[in-house]
Design a protein around this ligand. Structure first.
Ligand code: SAM
Length: 327
């Protein structure tokens, strides 16, 4: 078999690249505790990320998603997008962002070769936005969503982490946006990565979200969405141009068809978000490793991929927090 496979015969054709561990928001469910940020030298330069992606493309990786921290706090992100769009074999570059700076960058990112964007938004209420994120940026996010659509990034997907007792009363408002405004909305189960007892919210299972939406709005018909590599299941509400997706890491485990490898901002290959196994690629890269050597490190990392995560067995807090890995 050619290409990159793990020990469970899963093909890896998608890489999530974290470009920074810095973020301008402090979401309650993402930030466990603040630890010192990586130094400038610790972080892979854009040329280095391009070289890793060249090696990945040589192994059949076709799709790259940029994430963080908040990727748009790193200066010059369109330059990286341009570098990556020059890599032969890479035909899909996307971005996950909180969109607070997207109004400024959407057109430039599109011109550089970005195809699509996932935007994190958990509430339409300014005071709640402040409570969840520690910031007043709701208007900026909404402007960022509009700018992404205007720039022709497609699809624009809106990711809402559903936090029971905190924002689950807005589930229907978000779902209705798929009908009224053609949004592609995705509801994500909260993963309990933050200290137990923190005022973060309760898990709401995907089946309960679906039931609430169907009872109030109408039947969710299964459908496909324009593009995606991820674990979401998509549906359409009656009369909706947009879609309603659900991601259930807690109650609808999708590890059996996981197709991804991660690259952390400090140059480590990480086979799974929820497992601390990593392979250093920055050291070899900076010592002049060839593309073939980098490919071997990726094969090593893929071989470390576990069959599935164990989040449902209880609270885990690994060596790194979400914002340090690239969610
Ligand atoms: N700053 C960017 C953003 O906000 O989209 C990218 C990084 S952020 C860590 C990526 C995604 O991880 C966001 O959609 C966020 O909502 C999600 N996330 C973070 N912590 C989570 C948790 N405990 N459970 C579920 N999703 C989480």
């Amino acid at each position: 078999m050619t290409g990159l496979f793990d020990s469970f015969h899963r093909r890896i054709d998608y890489m999530r690249v974290s470009v920074t561990d810095r973020c301008n928001l402090r979401c309650t469910y993402c930030t466990v505790k603040l630890v010192p940020h990586l130094s400038h030298d610790d972080i892979l330069r854009y040329e280095e990320i391009q070289r890793v992606v060249q090696a990945a493309a040589g192994l059949g990786i076709r799709s790259i998603r940029l994430t963080g921290g908040e990727p748009l706090v790193r200066p010059g992100l369109p330059t990286l997008v341009e570098f990556l769009s020059q890599v032969e074999g890479i035909d899909d570059i996307s971005l996950t962002t909180n969109a607070t700076f997207l109004n400024k960058y959407a057109a430039g990112l599109k011109a550089a070769g970005l195809k699509r964007v996932n935007i994190s938004l958990d509430t339409f209420k300014p005071d709640r936005f402040r409570r969840i994120t520690g910031s007043d940026g709701l208007e900026d996010v909404l402007a960022g969503i509009e700018a992404a659509r205007k720039a022709g990034l497609h699809p624009v997907k809106i990711n809402m982490v559903v936090l029971g007792g905190i924002n689950d009363d807005e589930l229907l408002d978000f779902a209705r946006m798929s009908v009224s405004d053609g949004w592609h909305v995705r509801f994500i189960e909260y993963m309990p990565l933050v200290t137990p007892g923190a005022e973060v919210g309760q898990l709401v299972a995907v089946r309960d979200m679906m039931e609430t939406i169907q009872r109030a709005i109408g039947q969710l018909e299964p459908c496909l969405v324009a593009s995606g590599n991820g674990p979401a299941k998509y549906y359409r509400l009656p009369g909706a141009k947009g879609t309603t997706g659900f991601i259930g890491p807690m109650t609808d485990c999708f590890c059996s068809h996981c197709n991804r490898l991660r690259l952390t901002a400090d140059g480590r290959l990480r086979p799974c978000l929820l497992d601390d196994n990593e392979v250093d690629i920055k050291g070899p890269l900076r010592s002049g490793a060839s593309i073939e050597e980098l490919k071997r490190l990726m094969q090593e990392a893929a071989a470390l991929k576990k069959e599935q995560h164990h989040l449902t067995k209880g609270f885990i807090l690994g060596k790194r927090q979400m914002w340090q890995i690239g969610g």
